[in-house]
Ligand binder design. Structure first.
Ligand code: ADP
Ligand code: MG
Length: 345
């Protein structure tokens, strides 16, 4: 009786377990957590203890002493370190529900459409190991499309491009299901590395990927504006020839040029996808445009650069970092009515 009464409290959660960021949505409450997918672990003898998760752990990346290790449990959209992923989910469940009394929650987690059955099972198991009573899985592009308010049950085909941290996922949906999915390993992280390399070869300056990410977000632009607002960035790092800290200035053109290779790789993925789907669907996509989600959609003027390169129109979804979790949350709220959209166990 007691457990039944407790079951009335909604403890259910929708989780977007991303390579870069994890987001959690609770029915009736909305998005309650957004944290980097990072875990800091202290090793003492054989014992591994989690000392920080999320934002706190991210600030430790690249600066921890030997006994502390920072782990990103997801790589290329799938679980790479099972124990760390389980700890991270556990930590987020506790954080979301604080000290509230609740039954073990039902959890809905999205997985890349290109994940293998083994990779999907790992996500399912990690959810259970973290304390979920039941774990539902949904394909990420389906969740993203719902979160971006696309009419997904129509017969018209629509293409979604999600530029995340580790991967760019390209999917084509028609009638509520994924008819084409491909994942390429070039996304936000590769852009950060491209900036590191550019600064290294052009200016002989060594910077870290975290600084490169800040530059990309604050001053980056996929196509520099020919007139109007310009942000130059002053950058400190270690001079590779003299070994001293030094300072340089980057212009918006420099960053657009630095990002050429990763953007080219994303463009070839799009070309390949357009070549692989039936011509009727290609016609639909040309007419409506390609929807952009994920953090990479926030790179200034990425839509313009992709249009220039492919001739197809791009539409940046509202609030692109949160489309996936929002869509996952919507499906969780109507899990019985929307059961068709779930991945069958
Ligand atoms: P994932 O789903 O893989 O966890 P996200 O969709 O959360 O990834 O996107 C994270 C990526 O988006 C990171 O590489 C981050 O640097 C990038 N990003 C976030 N904001 C911006 C921005 N304003 N401009 C360019 N890239 C951004
Ligand atoms: Mg994502």
């Amino acid at each position: 009786m007691l457990t039944r009464a407790l079951g009335l409290v909604s403890a259910d959660m929708a989780i977007d377990l991303g390579t870069a960021n994890t987001l959690v949505y609770v029915p009736g409450r909305g998005i309650v957590l957004e944290e980097p997918s990072v875990v800091a672990i202290a090793q003492r003898g054989d014992e591994r203890r989690v000392i920080a998760v999320g934002h706190e752990a991210k600030t430790m990346l690249g600066r921890t002493p030997h006994k502390i290790e920072t782990v990103q449990p997801l790589r290329d959209g799938v679980i790479a370190d099972f124990a760390a992923a389980e700890e991270m989910i556990k930590f987020f469940i506790r954080r979301v529900h604080k000290r509230r009394i609740f039954n073990n929650p039902r959890i809905m987690i999205c997985v890349p459409a290109s994940a293998t059955p083994v990779e999907r099972r790992a996500v399912h198991e990690a959810g259970l190991a973290a304390g979920a009573r039941r774990v539902y899985l949904i394909e990420e592009p389906v969740a993203a499309a719902i979160g971006a308010n696309l009419p997904i049950s129509e017969t018209r085909g629509s293409m979604l491009l999600d530029i995340g941290g580790g991967t760019t996922d390209i999917a084509v949906l028609s009638m509520g299901s994924v008819m084409y999915a491909r994942s390429i390993r070039t996304a936000g992280n590769a852009m950060d590395e491209a900036i590191v390399n550019y600064v290294r070869f052009k200016h002989h300056l060594l910077i870290g990927t975290s600084s490169a990410e800040v530059i990309k977000r604050e001053a980056g632009s996929a196509v520099p504006k020919s007139n109007g607002e310009r942000i130059s960035i002053h950058l400190k790092g270690r001079d590779l020839q003299r070994g001293f800290p030094t300072e340089i200035t980057l212009e918006p053109e420099d960053i657009a040029e630095a990002l050429t290779l990763p953007i080219q790789q994303i463009v070839s993925g799009i070309r390949q996808a357009l070549a692989d789907v039936p011509p009727e669907i290609v016609a639909d996509i040309y007419e409506t445009g390609i929807y952009l989600t994920g953090g990479g959609a926030l790179l200034e003027r990425i839509d313009v650069r992709l249009l220039n390169e492919t001739g197809v129109k791009f539409r940046i979804a509202d609030d692109p970092l949160r489309c996936v979790v929002r869509g996952t949350g919507k499906v969780l709220e109507q899990v019985d009515a929307m059961a068709d959209l779930l991945i069958k166990p």
